[in-house]
Design a protein around this ligand. Structure first.
Ligand SMILES: [Mg+2]
Length: 298
């Protein structure tokens, strides 16, 4: 029996490439894991070759089955948020070496609970509000072709943004009432393009970090990303978008909260994204950190 399994997204990496990298491993398509068509329980290591969505499928499986099988990551997605935060190379050959021979590190997992639905586990960032709208509106083909610039474009299409009122309860503290554009709950702190969303967020500190984000900060973020991968076709939408936002730019921009349990209540239905996947409209979500629940070779 093969001890190592590679769970992969065939849209992001070819079977031929994986066979050459891992000749001994069993190759499994991520969608089949998601549908419960294959078991991962017997493997001594799982290598995830795909984007943040593929990673989330494997993490979800491990958590639901109470497994602590070490994973390796071949980051061939758009965001690759966890890989970047752990310093895993975006070079496929390098990442393959790290996946097999790297040091094992225990990291925290985030858990999101929406009413009676089964818990959703995540390694990176969950977002409510504009951030989730951006993910929902981002064109998949565009995302594949130009990477994170697509998220900017999605952001423009999500405008004009609505402000959302939230009550946030951190651990057993008094609930706080905030009016924001977007709320991000993070297990990791760095976004693609080396954008430090939450500079103090650590992937193994037993806490989730919350960024409460107003409009001015969003535009700084887009500015930074824009400068990295500036392309003419995006200049016009950016300028237009900026004009739209200027009218509302006087709200508080950015605030951080931190805790083990974060309860978010929204006054109105609000879009939720988890690790880049749109989850739907919600009114209440409970987030919780599960300390050192995942073992990663990095
Ligand atoms: Mg943390």
């Amino acid at each position: 029996m093969s001890q190592v399994a590679v769970v992969y997204n065939p849209k992001k990496i070819s079977l031929e490439k994986l066979t050459s990298l891992f000749p001994e491993a069993e190759l499994l398509i991520a969608k089949q894991v998601k549908k419960g068509l294959v078991e991962l329980g017997d493997f001594s290591k799982l290598i995830v070759a795909g984007g943040d969505g593929t990673l989330r499928i494997v993490v979800q499986y491990l958590m639901e089955n109470h497994l602590k099988t070490p994973i390796g990551i071949i980051p061939v997605g758009t965001g690759n948020i966890l890989a970047r935060n752990l310093g895993i190379s975006l070079d496929i050959e390098q990442a393959a070496k790290t996946a097999m021979e790297g040091k094992l590190k225990q990291i925290d997992i985030g858990k999101a609970k929406v009413r009676s639905r089964s818990p959703i586990f995540f390694t990176g960032i969950a977002g409510l509000g504009l951030d989730a709208k951006i993910m929902e509106k981002t064109d998949n083909r565009l995302k594949k072709r130009i990477g994170w610039v697509a998220y900017i474009e999605g952001g423009i299409r999500a405008l004009p943004a609505r402000f959302q009122r939230f009550n946030i309860t951190v651990d057993n503290q008094q609930p706080r009432r905030v009016k924001v554009l977007t709320l991000m709950i993070a297990n990791t702190g760095t976004l693609p393009g080396r954008v430090e969303l939450i500079p103090d967020a650590e992937v193994d500190d037993g806490n989730l970090d919350v960024a409460v984000i107003g409009p001015r900060w969003i535009w700084n973020w887009i500015d930074v990303l824009g400068r990295i991968t500036w392309q003419n076709r995006f200049v016009r939408p950016l300028v237009l978008g900026r004009k739209l936002m200027d009218a509302t730019a006087d709200l508080k921009s950015l605030e951080y909260l931190r805790g083990r349990k974060i309860k978010v209540e929204s006054e109105t239905e609000c879009t939720l994204q988890i690790d880049g996947d749109p989850i739907g409209e919600v009114k209440e979500v409970s987030f919780e950190v599960i300390p050192k629940a995942l073992v990663v070779s990095c």
